[in-house]
Design a protein around this ligand. Structure first.
Ligand code: ADP
Ligand code: ADP
Ligand code: ZN
Length: 226
């Protein structure tokens, strides 16, 4: 299964990707996480993208396409993958299509998670995660059962907040989403693999909706059957 989770910052892509990963035994490829890890470990790539991430702008397309191509080739992607945060503009969507074709692969489904902008601000400003295992939490919508303790891995005192989850950066990221990322919706609609779910619902309900969509949809098979 090869899918894309598409949606504005804070829509719940990471949260849902982690759930799907377990259910379908596929890997999550979260470009934002990859960049943040590079910034943290001060790699040359990390140094190159640090300011861009902080300001909420997009990293240059050439960096993304090379990174994704190399990532998809790794053996853990054998069963498939969930792209979370890529593609983010039409150039990247076109590059992905070409790249998959060259590798003899195709997409099963593009799932759009729809959430209003006002709710996104609240979601992003309350977001934090476990630095040990990556589990995502929220001040109001997803608290750990014991304070400071991760429900998933049990580690204590490992919660962190993203430095780009501040008001200035969020405003830029939302604007970037509407002007640069939203235009890829018609791109996938025209390929008949775009499905939408209501991201305003609770996390479990969103998961149910995505699973229902994935059960019904099989763009890959349909394309190869043509
Ligand atoms: P969010 O969870 O808020 O949607 P991400 O973690 O996906 O954000 O991305 C964080 C930052 O990493 C983005 O604001 C951008 O600077 C950079 N980034 C991630 N994916 C891409 C991409 N496909 N193209 C360009 N920049 C990207
Ligand atoms: P994205 O990866 O799209 O940027 P996240 O999965 O990181 O989004 O979610 C953003 C924040 O909103 C997190 O703190 C998460 O716990 C919370 N969240 C995710 N899905 C929902 C939901 N359906 N309802 C309420 N809060 C949610
Ligand atoms: Zn954890």
């Amino acid at each position: 299964m090869r899918i894309i989770l598409l949606g504005p910052p804070g829509a719940g892509k990471g949260t849902q990707a982690r759930r799907l990963m377990e259910k379908y035994d596929i890997v999550q490829i979260a470009t934002g996480d990859i960049f943040r890890e590079n910034v943290r470990t001060e790699t040359p790539l990390g140094k190159q993208v640090e300011v861009i991430l902080k300001e909420g702008r997009l990293v240059p397309d050439s960096i993304l396409t090379e990174m994704i191509s190399e990532r998809i080739d790794r053996s853990d992607c054998r069963n498939g993958f969930i792209l979370d945060g890529f593609p983010r503009n039409v150039v990247q969507a076109e590059a992905l299509e070409k790249m998959l074709k060259e590798k003899g692969l195709c997409l099963d489904c593009v799932v759009q998670i729809e959430v209003d902008d006002e709710n996104l601000i609240e979601r992003i400003s309350g977001r934090y995660s476990c630095s040990s295992c990556g589990e995502v939490y929220h001040d109001k919508f997803k608290k750990p059962s014991r304070p400071e303790s991760c429900d998933k891995c049990g580690d204590f005192g490992k919660f962190i907040r993203r430095t780009d989850d501040n008001k200035e950066s969020v405003r830029t990221r939302l604007e970037v989403y509407h002007t640069q990322t939203a235009p890829i919706l018609p791109f996938y609609r025209s390929r008949e693999i775009l499905k939408s779910v209501n991201g305003m619902a609770g996390m479990d309900e969103v998961t149910r909706q995505i699973e229902a969509v994935l059960k019904a949809e099989n763009g890959c098979n349909r394309l190869s059957a043509e």
